[in-house]
Design a protein around this ligand. Sequence first.
Ligand SMILES: Nc1ncnc2c1ncn2[C@@H]1O[C@H](COP(=O)(O)OP(=O)(O)OP(=O)(O)O)[C@@H](O)[C@H]1O
Length: 596
Amino acid sequence: MEKLSEVVEHEEEKEDGEDDLSLEQLGLDPRLVRALIKKGIQKPTPIQHVAIPLILEGKDVVARAKTGSGKTFAYLLPLLQKLFTGSSTKKKSGPSAVVLVPTRELSQQVYKEISSLIEFCRVQVKVVPLTSSMSHSDLRTALAGPPDIIVATPACIPKCLSAGVLQPTSINESLEILVLDEADLLLSYGYEDDIKAFAAHVPRSCQCLLMSATSSEDVDKLKKLILHNPFILSLPEVGDVKDDLIPKNVQQFWISCDARDKLLHILSLLKLDLVQKKVLIFTNTIDTGFRLKLFLEKFGIKSAVLNAELPQNSRLHILEEFNAGLFDYLIATDDSQTKEKEANEESNVDKRKSRKRAKQKIDSEFGVVRGIDFKNVYTVINFELPPSSSGYIHRIGRTGRAYNTGASISLVSPDEMDIFGEIQSFLRADGDTDIIVPFPLLTKNAVESLRYRAEDVSKSVTKIAIRESRALDLRNEILNSEKLKAHFDSNPRDLDLLKHDKILSKKPPAPHLRDIPDYLVDPVTQEASKIIKLARAAMGNTQSGRRRGFKRKSRNDKDPLKTFSAEASKRSRRGGGKREGKNDDQNNRRKKKNSV
Ligand SMILES: Nc1ncnc2c1ncn2[C@@H]1O[C@H](COP(=O)(O)OP(=O)(O)OP(=O)(O)O)[C@@H](O)[C@H]1O
């Protein structure tokens, strides 16, 4: 039986916030409510509003809601509440709850979220994160006790079972709640057999929850495998938009350019201050990520890279630093398909050696994008389009999380028009106009003014330079990783000292490339950049390191992408700065979209 529409429709009626339920009214324990308030959370998101009472009642739930909609608390809060108030005094031989996630990064993230709630609530609940790379003795130690909650990737559980550190009978006797988080990804990460092996030991009485950002055959498969008679919650946010997969507070833009002009375009966007920080940039291969980093470095733009090749400690640390605002630009290489592509590309260079290297080095439980809660990312840039629409949705979902606003810009070359068309039609409701609109702030003149410098510099970023920097970065990070592991447990403050956005080129950037002289920038772009800076100041975003609270109230009126008018800038144009022909039309379309 699937029970959906009445719950969801009720939720949509409350969009204007008139009769929002408070956290207490959801039936949450006062300790949890206090913990949430300490974390700056005042009221539930729509998915929390619907899911929490059902989960507290003991129902199996499948929750599909867009990226950044607060699905983690939607299952964690009732899960913890059940453990706090659990009536059983019998000593358990196994965990009461298991949370399965597709990647190690997510496992850490969920573990930290649970730990901080437990700490705020001051209750005795033990949670452990497990990864399949842990040794048997580490797993044994972690499971001694036993813990109340295990957070793990699915591959871990069969490993624990076969190593004898977790007994099937203990699971069968103890397990009360099983969560499959990011369920749409669990099977695509190759965990089907692991989940099946585990499912055989899950008792029928166990409450099962399945959370996902998109619906797919994989989600249905998992649903059939694990859940009994669940409530299906699917949350489109706005009634008249087909199925708003990407939060409506994220504006999506694209820029058409040749593949060889992508470096030039991204330079123009960043150097001319046309995007708001923090910025997360996606590439499809690790080499492209390094190419971009080296190129930007030459212009004095420091960035860090994040990819599957880096040691796990470094990856976690890079994420922590970026979230803490220690640097503004992160270049991430994502996607499991990318991993294969990367391995294939390398194998052409030196088949045997490289294949071995690719296999060894690229972590199959790594996911940059999927489910990771990047904090305060305002702009996501697709330097290259991902190979699928769902990849696009997960990437863009790193901005506009919870009640924040954000923007995305995709650089699209002619050979990417097919996948771009697919993404557009995937997002578009029947008869609707395109959701991803041309980016209005970058003029042809602005781009051309930087062409000479960009082309000159891009020639110096050779394949050899890329290979060397990639090796150097890896070496540094392996060293960092060991130091990190040993040191930071006891000296958490020292985390700040270890920077990941270090310059990789041998020479420092030339001063004439670091600063773009005014005469090179046309008046329209100058104005756009000025507005972006003002807006940043008005939004309190001058220091990227400061964590901003979530504000329900829209900040659209201060958002330059919403207020910048082509007409106004034309008036102020002093001789020459001609905008790209399409932009007026684009602005009109954009305004129309924004008024929805
Ligand atoms: N009720 C709330 N009010 C404000 N912020 C919230 C609320 N609930 C969660 N958040 C914050 O919103 C952000 C996104 O939440 P979360 O990671 O759970 O999203 P998600 O739906 O799991 O996204 P994804 O599908 O990308 O994994 C987090 O930083 C979280 O702390």
